[in-house]
Ligand binder design. Sequence first.
Ligand code: TTP
Length: 400
Amino acid sequence: MKAVVLAAGEGTRMRPLTATRPKPMVPVAGKPLVEHVLDIAAEYVDGYVLVVGYKEESIRSYLGDEHLGKPIEYVRQEEQRGTAHAIGQAEPYVDERFLALNGDVMLDDGLVAKLAGAEANAIATMRVDDPTAYGVISRDGDRVTGIVEKPKDPPSTLANLGLYAFEPEIFEYIDRTGRSERGEYEITDSIEMSIDDGRTVVAVEHTGTWLDVGRPWEVLDANEHLLEHCSRRINGDVEDGATVNGDVVIEEGARVRSGAYLDGPVLVQSGADVGPNAYVRGSTVVGRNARVGNGVEIKNSILLDGASVGHLSYVGDSVIGADANLGAGTIVANLRHDDQPVKMAVKGEQVDTGRRKLGVVLADGVKTGINTSLNAGTKLGVGAMTRPGESVMSDRGDGL
Ligand code: TTP
């Protein structure tokens, strides 16, 4: 059985992190999202078919032609025309029952086992409090009888998680699928056609964790969840006088200098350099070759590879892009005085993130001048710079 992994999406809601990488390459807990998906499927498949498109080169060069000993084949989706169209690209590579998995979800093991082990075509579902934001499943016993997108009056609380097992016969229905109201070829329409034709589709119910990582703060949600499961491992160089508490991973080639205080869960990746006298709190990832310098406090944040927070700064609940550089004294606000959830712009619209604590999202290569203040929920796009002493209250830069 192969896993067809959808990784062609542009990830427009995830900008500016996706201005420079496809969404499946956004790292959580030290690895690109798509790698977590491949890891979880590895036990049940004998190969992967990756459907790639937007900035595909970075996926191809990172993953290469195998993962955990299983071959990876790539197929290009020229234009993002919808999930049915994306899965349809894999037809020449698949001749038996297969898994179809979104390359940008975070889930625990168990679910893929259930999908792989189901008898017929299968859809992963989970009970959610507010189904109106999801595709909602109607069923009779285990059998799916219909799927309705974002219904005002949901027929159940079972959400479609975007993870499937299909017989190759699904390709016939994909071929016959027309465009939906939003102009895409949707796999849920192909599935409904197969049900109308009398094919059996079962709902596999997931009771663990599943997160659709679509917007920048969901990267932090996924990171928090995954780091909760990391176990202490110190392979790097920890100087005398550094304190390392709890589940902290310090990879080989990383350095933690004297006076640094690390409170897990924290991941310090190879080549990273922390301290002296820095305070790194959970759930934080200090990426490869990233720098956390003297007098810096970092909390619940992801520093992508090569990011540098060199001196006297505070970074909370934030994602700092690769090779970004925060000038001395840069301070991130991550809480509103009125205690309301922080808002962030997604495709130009202010969205309630549901998070009481949320800092900033900085594109790769952003530079802040000394003593910059960054307001909660702000995004700085590609090429953005701030002047010394600036207070940044709204988004700026390209690729937002
Ligand atoms: P989405 O998250 O709906 O799309 P996206 O990744 O482009 O993000 P955004 O809406 O922010 O622009 O896609 C779900 C999954 O399917 C995701 O893994 C990307 C993948 N996909 C494709 O591979 N091809 C497609 O044509 C579409 C629509 C999605």
